[in-house]
Design a protein around this ligand. Structure first.
Ligand SMILES: [Zn+2]
Length: 438
């Protein structure tokens, strides 16, 4: 029996051909897409489906995939401003140290994931302390998450040494390694905060469990200089030298790369998570995204944490990714709307090694999809839905969100969680957060 039919929509599939089908929809069975077809062809299935949604006046597309985030940092939104990365990080870490425990990490994660889900993000790669709380928070709302053991050589929030980090990562795999809604990962913070030896341990742990490996890389010039001074190699060369780059590696940022480093990434198959909002606000620079795409590197998109961009707006990331590189290169023809949209969907799926399950609306894939209202003053007329999604759509246009065929946002409201409770809890914590950096 068909569980769900959505019809009368403009379907932007985000498949490899960029297929767009007007007056059409999809059918869902057991959480998977069973048909992508015209509204007329879906009629017989709709007659017997458990749920039928009228998509008239809407674009139906796959849920967005945010490949770099620190959702729980939502608690520190707007707390530290107008500093470059290094002094900014020192202040942020002071606040995190004073505030974060299991309970507050859960609270901040629910806050961040609620924002993401309401704006149409159905999968997020998140790097944070207490990753098991990250998963529990994601499950409160119904968003898929990629996370796992954190590696960071200083004691950090949890106070673990390397043995403690390994044990925590192993516990995470035990608890969530087989879960359908989790893409397990190992996430060392960066080459300037994790020793070569511990990076190797992290990678071997990821390999043993078939997990993803994600780290910050080449975000700032200062980081490149620091790592080159310490190890005699730039960040990307250092990572390659340690044997850490392959198709299951996700590198956040990669702002400062030379030609040879771009060739290394292309050759090894590592993905780059591009975070334009964060790079702009922290003055990190302009990643060479057009050159990376030309070299064949898989470039996905991320919001980074809400303290380096103040919110988790993937539509903003999408629009910035499609525009800033035009200005920076002086070429209006770099990064097509199709390439930009792929960065927010199918490239994200590829980065998470999950292109067989998510990232496009195709038969057999998970029914992770969103409906976007296009009958609004800023959305009419619509000549090309892809252009519309990249340049005109705002997060508030997302009306309905489905993950695995289950409706998790209805008419712009979460179906599984009363967000009022979360907002009130954050309000109660706010004075303590403000005092943490005083
Ligand atoms: Zn980050």
């Amino acid at each position: 029996m068909t569980d769900l039919v959505i019809r009368n929509a403009v379907v932007v599939t985000c498949d490899a051909q960029g297929t767009v089908i007007s007056d059409s929809g999809i059918a869902v069975e057991n959480g998977r897409i069973s048909r992508v077809a015209s509204s007329a062809d879906l009629e017989p299935l709709a007659a017997n489906a458990r749920q039928v949604v009228d998509g008239a006046g809407h674009i139906l597309m796959p849920g967005l995939i945010n490949t770099h985030c620190h959702a729980a940092d939502s608690l520190f939104r707007g707390l530290v401003e107008d500093l470059p990365l290094e002094p900014w990080l020192q202040t942020v870490w002071k606040a995190e140290g004073a505030i974060l425990n299991r309970e507050t990490t859960h609270l901040g994660s629910v806050l961040g994931f609620a924002e993401l889900l309401l704006s149409g993000v159905t999968t997020v790669m998140d790097m944070f302390w207490y990753p098991d709380e990250t998963v529990r928070a994601a499950r409160v709302l119904g968003v898929r998450v990629s996370t796992g053991g954190i590696f960071f050589d200083p004691p950090g929030v949890t106070g673990h040494d390397i043995r403690g980090r390994i044990a925590a990562a192993e516990r995470f795999f035990e608890e969530f390694g087989e879960a359908e809604d989790v893409f397990p990962a190992i996430l060392p913070h960066g080459t300037y905060t994790v020793s070569p030896e511990n990076l190797r341990i992290a990678k071997s742990l990821a390999e043993r469990h078939g997990a993803l490996f994600c780290t910050h890389a080449a975000e700032t010039r200062a980081e490149q200089a620091d790592v080159t001074n310490r190890y005699g190699r730039s960040v990307i060369r250092h990572l390659e030298h340690l044997g850490l780059l392959d198709a299951r590696t996700v590198l956040a940022h990669c702002v400062h790369l030379d030609d040879e480093e771009i060739a290394i990434l292309a050759r090894t198959g590592a993905s780059v998570a591009h975070n334009p909002m964060s790079n702009l606000k922290l003055a990190s620079g302009f990643a060479r995204v057009p050159d990376m795409l030309e070299a064949g590197i898989n470039v996905s998109l991320g919001t980074d944490g809400p303290i380096s961009g103040n919110d988790l707006d993937m539509w903003m990331a999408l629009r910035l990714a499609a525009t800033i590189h035009k200005a920076n290169s002086g070429r209006a023809d770099v990064i097509s709307t199709m390439e930009a949209l792929a960065m927010a969907t199918s490239a994200g799926a590829k980065a998470l090694d999950a292109a067989d399950r998510i990232g496009s609306l195709e038969e057999g894939k998970c029914a992770d999809m969103i409906l976007i209202d296009v009958r609004r003053p800023h959305a009419v007329p619509m000549f090309d839905p892809t252009t519309h999604l990249v340049y005109s759509t705002a997060k508030s246009d997302v009306r309905h969100v489905f993950v695995g065929g289950k409706q998790v946002v209805r008419d712009g409201t979460l179906t599984r969680h009363d967000i009022g409770e979360t907002l009130a809890a954050v309000d109660r914590l706010q004075p303590k957060i403000a005092a943490s950096i005083a």
